[in-house]
Design a protein around this ligand. Structure first.
Ligand code: ADP
Length: 712
C-alpha cells in the first residue's frame, strides 16, 4: 500500500510538468509566427555576424523593431556563459523577461529571468538570459569587477543616457582597454540615430542599422498651449473617440498623479458617452505599476471597445503596446533634477525635446498610418523645445556614481573614462556630500561606512540612516519607518479642496499617533505601522481595512511596506556579510548584533508573539531621529526668533508642509525634513522636531559650513 502512495503523487507531478511543458512549447510556437515578422528577426544572420566578428557592436533600430526581445535570443546558443541585458527601468526588465520566456518556451525564472531591486526571478544554474536594471549590473560589478559570470553584456535603451548605463559603459571600456576580458561581447542598443557617441567611445565600434517599417503619422497641434493638462487630455480622448475610426489611443502625461486623475475621470464618463462610439477603457502605465496591472495593458479587448493607455515616458521607448493608432502628447515629462543652491534633488515637470516628441508620435505609426495630437502649438514645437534631451549625468547629482567609483578604487575621478564628463563642479559637489555623510574621510578615502553604503542599493542618505540606526540599536524601528516612506501614497493626501473631510481625517489620525504629534511624521508613521501590525496580528482584516479607510491610509500600501521591510532586512544582512573592509571576528560580531536587532530567526515568518514583543518595546525616539539626522543633515532648518524656519546649510526660508503633523508649529528648535517641495514657496515634507544639540552631536564636521548662526 505504501508503495502505491509514494509512487502515485510523483507520477502525477511528472505528468503535470509534462503537460505544462507541452503548453509552453505550443505557446512559443504560436509566438514564432509573430516574431518572424519583426524587422530584427529579418536581420538575424547579420546580427550574429556582427557580434561574432566584433567585440563591441552598436545596434540602432526603431522602438518596437524587436531589439530587446530578439537579439538576446539569437545569441543564446552561441554563449557559453550567461547574457545580461540591462534596462534603465524596473518594469521594462520584468515585462521583457516575461515576454521572452514565453517566446523561448520556458517558465519565467528558468532559462530566462530577471533581477530588479526587491526581486530576483532567476535560477542559479539554469538562467542563461537575464534582464536586469542597470543599477543591478553595477552592483554586480562591485562584487565581481570582471563580470566573470557573463559572456555577453547588452546595454539596452542606451539612448536614454541614464547615469548608471553611462557608468557601466565606462567600466566595460576599461575591461576592454586593459584586455581583462578578451572573450566578452558587448552590444549597445539604441532607438535613436545619435549613436556615434557610443561607437566613438568604444574605438569606432561598427554600427548596425536595422530598418523597420514605419507608416506616416500626421501631426495636429493646439493653437494655444493648454493650462490644465488633465482636462485637455480628457477632452481630446473623448473627441478622438467620437470622430475617429477604430484604433487604440496612447496618451503621454508627465507623471503618475496626472495619469491617475485622467483614469478616474475617464472611468466615470466612459459609460455616459454616446453609444455610437466605442466604449473607452482607460488604463494607466507607469513604473510603479504592479505586474498584474501591467499585463492587462497587453490584453486584447472585445470588439466595440477602445483602449486608452495613459502613460509616462515609459511608453516612449521602453514598452511597446500594439494596436495604437492615435497618440496624444502633453509635451511634458518628469525629470529628477539637482537643485544646486538647495542641495536637494526633486522631480520636476519639464518640456520634452523635439526628438522625444517625434519618438512619441512614432508610436502611432507602427501598424498603419496614424495621427498625433500635440497639446501645444506648432510654434512651441519648433521654437521652444530643445532638439535633444540632456543626459542624466549632466543634469543630476553624481553622488552614488562617485561613491561607486571610489569603492572600486578609482581615485582620479576627473580623468576616469566618463562617456560624458559631468564636469569638475558636479564631481566636487558629490565629493562634498559624501564627506558630509561620512562616506569619505578628510583625505577623500572611502570609510567603512562608505563601503557599506556603496553596497546597499539605496539612496546614499537612506543607507546612512540604516547603518547609523544599526549602530544605535534601533534598526528594526528605523526599517519600519523607511519602508513606510518608500511606499508612495501610503498616507493619502486629502486635498485642501476637501476642507471639512481633511479636518476630520486629521482629527482621527491624531488619535493614533500621540508621539507623532510631538515628534513629527516619521515617528507618526511608526505608530500607524504598529497599529496596523497589531490589527493584522489579531487577524481581523475587516477591522484593519475600515481603519485604513477611516484614516485615509492605503491598505494596499501597507502590504507593500511589509515587502520592502523584508527586503531592507535582507539587504542589511547581505551588506554586513559582504563587508570585506573589516576582520572576520568583527563581522561575526556585527552579524550577531544584527540578528538580535532584527529577530532573524523569524525573518521569513514573523509570528504573532514576536510582533507583540516588538510592540511592547518603548520607542527610543531620540535614537531614531538621530539616525535619520545623520543621513538628512543637510535637510534641516533652524527656528528663527521671528518664528520662521531657515535651512541649516543655505539659510533659505522653508515652511512645514500642510500635510505634516507639525503643521502650524512655529516654535520648534529645529526641524528635519525628508523631502523638499516647491510650489508657491519652499516646503519640507515628512518633518520631525529635532534638537539643535543633535546636529552637533551627529555631524560635528559640518557645523562650520552653515550659512546661519546657530547660536543666535
Ligand atoms: P525594441 O527593443 O526594438 O523596442 P522589443 O523587442 O521590445 O522591441 O519589442 C518587439 C515586439 O514585441 C513589440 O512589437 C511588442 O509589441 C512585443 N512585445 C514586447 N514585450 C511584450 C509583452 N510583454 N507582451 C506582449 N508583447 C510584447
Amino acid at each position: 500500500e505504501n508503495k502505491i502512495k509514494t509512487k502515485n503523487p510523483r507520477k502525477n507531478k511528472d505528468k503535470k510538468k509534462h503537460k505544462k511543458d507541452v503548453e509552453l512549447a505550443k505557446k512559443a510556437e504560436q509566438l514564432l509566427e509573430f516574431r518572424k515578422e519583426l524587422p530584427v528577426y529579418q536581420h538575424k544572420d547579420e546580427v550574429i555576424d556582427y557580434v561574432t566578428n566584433n567585440q563591441v557592436t552598436v545596434v540602432i533600430g526603431e522602438t518596437g523593431s524587436g531589439k530587446s526581445t530578439q537579439i538576446p535570443q539569437f545569441l543564446m546558443p552561441l554563449n557559453s556563459k550567461s547574457i545580461a541585458v540591462t534596462q534603465p527601468r524596473r518594469v521594462a526588465a520584468a515585462s521583457l523577461a516575461a515576454r521572452v520566456s514565453e517566446e523561448y518556451g520556458c517558465q519565467l525564472g528558468q532559462e530566462v529571468g530577471y533581477q530588479v531591486r526587491f526581486s530576483n526571478i532567476t535560477h542559479p544554474q539554469k538562467t542563461k538570459l537575464k534582464y536586469l536594471t542597470d543599477g543591478m549590473l553595477l552592483r554586480e560589478l562591485m562584487i565581481d569587477s570582471k563580470l566573470s559570470k557573463y559572456s555577453t553584456i547588452i546595454l539596452d535603451e542606451a539612448h536614454e543616457r541614464t547615469v548608471l548605463t553611462d557608468l557601466i559603459m565606462g567600466f566595460l571600456k576599461q575591461l576592454i582597454v586593459t584586455k581583462t576580458r578578451r572573450d566578452l561581447k558587448i552590444i549597445v542598443m539604441s532607438a535613436t540615430l545619435n549613436a556615434e557617441l557610443f561607437s566613438k567611445f568604444f574605438g569606432n565600434a561598427p554600427i548596425l542599422f536595422i530598418e523597420g517599417k514605419m507608416f506616416p503619422v500626421s501631426p495636429f497641434y493646439l493653437s494655444d498651449s493648454s493650462e490644465d493638462i488633465v482636462d485637455t487630455m480628457v477632452r481630446s480622448v473623448i473627441q478622438i473617440n467620437l470622430a475617429e475610426q477604430e484604433g487604440d489611443i496612447l496618451c503621454f502625461l508627465p507623471g503618475q498623479e496626472e495619469i491617475d486623475s485622467c483614469v478616474t475621470v475617464l472611468t466615470q464618463v466612459a459609460p455616459l458617452l454616446p453609444k455610437q462610439a466605442p466604449l473607452l477603457v482607460p488604463m494607466a502605465l507607469y513604473a510603479a505599476l504592479s505586474p498584474a496591472k501591467q499585463a492587462k495593458i497587453f490584453e486584447k479587448l472585445p470588439a466595440r471597445r477602445r483602449k486608452v493607455i495613459l502613460a509616462t515616458n515609459i511608453a516612449e521607448t521602453s514598452i511597446t503596446v500594439s494596436g495604437v493608432k492615435y497618440v496624444i502628447d502633453s509635451g511634458l515629462r518628469k525629470v529628477k533634477v539637482w537643485k544646486h543652491q538647495l542641495g536637494l534633488s526633486t522631480l520636476l515637470t519639464t518640456p520634452i525635446s523635439q526628438a522625444s516628441a517625434r519618438q512619441r508620435a512614432g508610436r502611432a505609426g507602427r501598424e498603419s498610418a496614424g495621427k498625433v495630437y500635440r497639446l501645444y502649438s506648432e510654434k512651441v514645437f519648433s521654437d521652444s523645445l530643445p532638439k535633444q534631451q540632456e543626459s542624466e549625468i549632466m543634469r543630476n547629482d553624481v553622488v552614488m556614481p562617485i561613491l561607486t567609483l571610489k569603492k572600486l578604487g578609482i581615485d582620479d575621478l576627473l580623468n576616469w573614462s566618463w562617456l560624458e564628463h559631468p564636469g569638475q563642479d558636479a564631481i566636487l559637489s558629490a565629493l562634498n556630500t559624501l564627506y558630509s555623510l561620512g562616506a569619505l574621510n578628510d583625505s577623500g578615502k572611502i570609510t567603512p561606512l562608505g563601503y557599506k553604503m556603496a553596497v546597499l542599493p539605496l539612496q546614499p542618505q537612506l543607507s546612512v540612516v540604516l547603518l547609523t540606526a544599526f549602530e544605535f540599536g534601533v534598526l528594526s524601528a528605523v526599517i519600519d519607518i523607511v519602508s513606510c516612506l518608500s511606499v508612495d501614497n501610503l498616507v493619502l493626501n486629502v486635498g485642501a479642496a476637501n476642507g471639512e473631510l481633511r479636518d476630520e481625517v486629521n482629527y482621527k489620525r491624531r488619535q493614533y499617533c500621540p508621539l507623532g504629534i510631538r515628534h513629527g511624521d516619521l515617528i507618526g508613521l511608526k505608530e500607524y505601522f504598529n497599529y496596523y501590525q497589531e490589527l493584522s496580528a489579531a487577524g481581523n482584516t475587516g477591522e484593519l481595512k475600515s481603519w485604513c479607510k477611516d484614516l485615509h491610509l492605503s491598505y494596499k500600501g501597507f502590504k507593500n511596506v511589509l515587502k520592502v521591510r523584508q527586503q531592507l532586512k535582507q539587504y542589511m544582512i547581505t551588506t554586513i556579510k559582504q563587508d570585506d573592509s573589516i576582520k572576520r571576528e568583527e563581522r561575526d560580531e556585527q552579524l550577531k548584533n544584527l540578528e538580535a536587532q532584527l529577530g532573524i530567526v523569524n525573518l521569513n515568518n514573523t509570528n504573532d508573539s514576536d510582533i507583540e514583543d516588538e510592540l511592547k518595546k518603548p520607542l527610543d525616539v531620540p535614537a531614531v531621529l538621530k539616525s535619520f539626522l545623520k543621513g538628512y543633515i543637510t535637510n534641516t532648518a533652524v527656528g528663527m526668533p521671528d518664528r520662521s524656519y531657515r535651512t541649516f546649510n543655505t539659510g533659505q526660508l522653508i515652511s512645514i508642509h500642510p500635510s505634516s503633523n507639525l503643521f502650524g508649529k512655529s516654535n520648534l528648535d529645529a526641524i528635519m525634513y525628508i523631502e523638499y517641495v516647491y510650489t508657491a514657496k519652499g516646503y519640507g515634507r515628512s518633518c520631525s522636531a529635532i534638537e539643535l544639540g543633535w546636529i552637533q552631536e551627529v555631524a560635528p564636521h559640518i557645523l562650520g559650513a552653515s550659512k546661519i548662526n546657530v547660536h543666535d
